[in-house]
Write a protein that binds this ligand. Structure first.
Ligand code: BDR
Ligand code: CA
Length: 313
C-alpha cells in the first residue's frame, strides 16, 4: 500500500512535536504533504517556529511549514503556557530554526493541496484547535470531498475536561471551528482524553527514549520530562499523558486503539460547558453517528512503536 497522504495541523506543544516526529519517522506508512501551524498552546509566531524546530530536529528541512490562523473564529485566544512553558516547547535546548516558513497562508495551502489531490485521498490530522481546518472548509467547501478522513486529538467523554471541568483544550479554544468540522460529513476518528490519559510517559518509558542516546531520543525525553511536572502534580498519575502522538500512531497501527462509532456534538452556547464534546457513547439518542470515538489504547504497544520509530531518526 502506498503511504497515506496527510496534512498535520498543529500547535507545538511538546506532545505535538512527538506526534510530528513519529510521522516523519514513518515514511512507509505516512507521507506528510505539509505542516500547518495554528495558534493554541502558545501564540502563532511560536507554534510556527516550533514546528520548524521539530522538522530540523528530524533532519527534514524539506517539509513545508505554513503559518495559519492566529486566533479562533469568534473568540479571544486561550493558551496553555502553564502546561507547555513560555516557548511551548520548554525542556530541551534546541536551536532556532534556519528553515524559513513556506510562503502563503496555511488555509490556502490546505485548500490548494486538497484541490490538487484526487477526491477522498488526503487525511487531515489536527493536533490543536480546529481553526485552520474550519476556515478552509468554510472558504472552499468543495475541498471537503477530497478529504479521506480526519483523525484528530480533542474532546473527552469519561474524562470530561482538562482546561475546564467539562472541556478538553483543543475543542474549548475554538468550539465554533470544532462544530464546523464535526458537521462536515467526513469520517472522523477522535482521540479524546479517555484514550490519551492512558498513554502515560512513566519513568521506564521516558528512560527508553533517553536510552536511544540520539539527538531525537534525548530531546523527546527532555520534552516529556518537562510537561510531566505539571501533569503528575495535577493528576497524581505515574506520568504525563502523551496526547497528540495517538493520532499519528493510529495511522501506522490502528489496531492499538478501539472505540465506538457515535454521534458527537460540540457545545457552543453555554458558558458553563463551552467546548464540551457531547458524545452519545451509550446510544441514548437517535442522532446519527459522525465519529469513531476512541476509548482504549494498548499503551505498551503504543510506546514500543513510538520508541522504535524515534530510533530511526
Ligand atoms: C491537547 O491540548 C494541548 O495542550 C496538547 O498539545 C493536546 O493537543 C490536550 O488537551
Ligand atoms: Ca496540540
Amino acid at each position: 500500500m502506498p503511504p497515506r497522504k496527510i496534512i498535520i495541523d498543529t500547535d507545538p506543544g511538546q506532545d505535538d512535536a512527538v506526534a510530528i516526529l513519529l510521522a516523519l519517522a514513518s515514511p512507509d506508512e505516512i507521507e506528510v504533504l505539509g505542516i500547518t501551524a495554528v495558534a493554541g498552546n502558545v501564540p502563532l509566531a511560536l507554534t510556527a517556529k516550533n514546528a520548524r524546530i521539530v522538522c530540523e530536529l528530524a533532519g527534514r528541512t524539506d517539509v513545508r511549514v505554513y503559518a495559519g490562523c492566529d486566533k479562533p473564529l469568534n473568540r479571544a485566544l486561550v493558551t496553555a503556557e502553564h502546561v507547555h512553558g513560555k516557548t511551548g516547547l520548554d525542556g530541551p535546548v534546541l536551536p532556532d530554526p534556519q528553515m524559513p516558513l513556506a510562503d502563503g497562508h496555511a488555509v490556502d495551502f490546505i485548500i490548494d493541496t486538497l484541490r490538487a489531490e484526487e477526491p477522498g485521498t488526503v487525511t487531515l490530522c489536527p493536533l490543536g484547535p480546529l481553526t485552520n481546518i474550519a476556515t478552509a472548509f468554510r472558504k472552499a467547501p468543495d475541498i471537503i470531498d477530497h478529504v479521506q478522513e480526519i483523525v484528530l486529538m480533542g474532546g473527552a467523554y469519561f474524562e470530561v475536561g482538562n482546561i475546564t471541568p467539562t472541556a478538553e483544550f483543543n475543542i474549548y479554544v475554538d468550539p465554533e471551528a470544532a462544530d464546523i468540522v464535526f458537521k462536515s460529513g467526513k469520517p472522523i476518528v477522535v482521540m479524546p482524553l479517555d484514550v490519551t490519559h492512558k498513554a502515560l510517559v512513566t519513568k521506564p518509558r521516558n528512560d527508553a527514549f533517553r536510552a536511544l542516546d540520539s539527538k531525537v531520543g534525548n530531546a523527546v525525553a527532555e520534552m516529556t520530562d518537562f510537561f510531566e511536572r505539571f501533569d503528575k502534580e495535577k493528576y497524581g498519575s505515574a506520568g504525563a499523558p502523551l496526547h497528540d502522538p495517538c493520532v499519528t500512531a493510529y495511522l501506522i497501527r490502528p489496531e492499538l486503539f478501539s472505540g465506538r462509532r457515535v454521534n458527537v456534538e460540540i457545545e457552543t452556547g453555554s458558558d458553563l460547558t463551552l467546548g464540551m464534546t457531547v458524545a452519545d457513547w451509550w446510544g441514548v439518542t437517535n442522532r446519527a453517528p459522525n465519529a469513531l470515538f476512541m476509548g482504549e489504547i494498548d499503551a505498551d504497544g503504543f510506546f514500543t512503536l513510538l520508541t522504535e520509530r524515534l530510533a530511526r531518526l
